[in-house]
Design a protein around this ligand. Sequence first.
Ligand SMILES: [Zn+2]
Length: 275
Amino acid sequence: MNDLFQVLSLSDTEGLPIGIAHEATGEISTQISFHPFGWDQEVEISKEEEKHPEQTITQKITSCLVHTVKSWGPYDFTEMKPAERQLRIRDSYFADVFTAYCKLRMEAIGPEMIVFASCPKCKDNITWEIDLGSLDIYQAKSNQVIKKYEMSPPIKIGSNECNWIEAAPVRWEPCYSSPADTFATSDPRFRRNIFADAIRNAEGIETHGALLMTDERLRTLSKRDIERLQKIIDNNSGGPDLRSKIKCPRCGLEFAIISDWSYDHFFGSSSLQNL
Ligand SMILES: [Zn+2]
């Protein structure tokens, strides 16, 4: 990927791939722990779904973690109200939140998960069991995850020709607040949020602590520069590789799919082979 991350399998990772910084002390911790996932957690999660039936996939994942996480990096969730816990999760990196979600699934139900796909070659419908423990996780090598990227040719933002930009890993918040119920980075509403979140600095643009990628500046980007920035953000964000490799039992074709990561599939009986 790049010099920021090393690749480990989910079952080989101990904590979170980047880590949570304490707002007041700055202490960074990658440790997490969960309550045993049982009836009480289910009740809390469904209560929230009743209150907010329009929840997107990312909002439902957040709700699931709000009611199952015991400690989140340096924070003790048992001492916090649900609203406060939700804010801490939204402020964390995408890589950490999604890894926590996968770890919770492994701890609560086990690593085996059924995925459904249609073979692109012979069109057969495939039911395939993946092992979540073997999922690739891009783990940060250090706490310094804001990285400077040289841009050659320079990238044009507004009237500025920028020879470098600085990017941070994407946080969970832009996904949480995106109206698009998808992780598809080609969706412009989702992209707008992640560009604003991840691109922190660019040569010659003084933001005085305010947002660099305002809607006004985003509108000045060329299609080519949008794709260049997207690539940087993808390579700079870490966390789980959401693709699963599967092999068609009928024709033998090996291909990758994006699994169904929704709470209802991930924690539901549809994801289990043997009941
Ligand atoms: Zn096939």
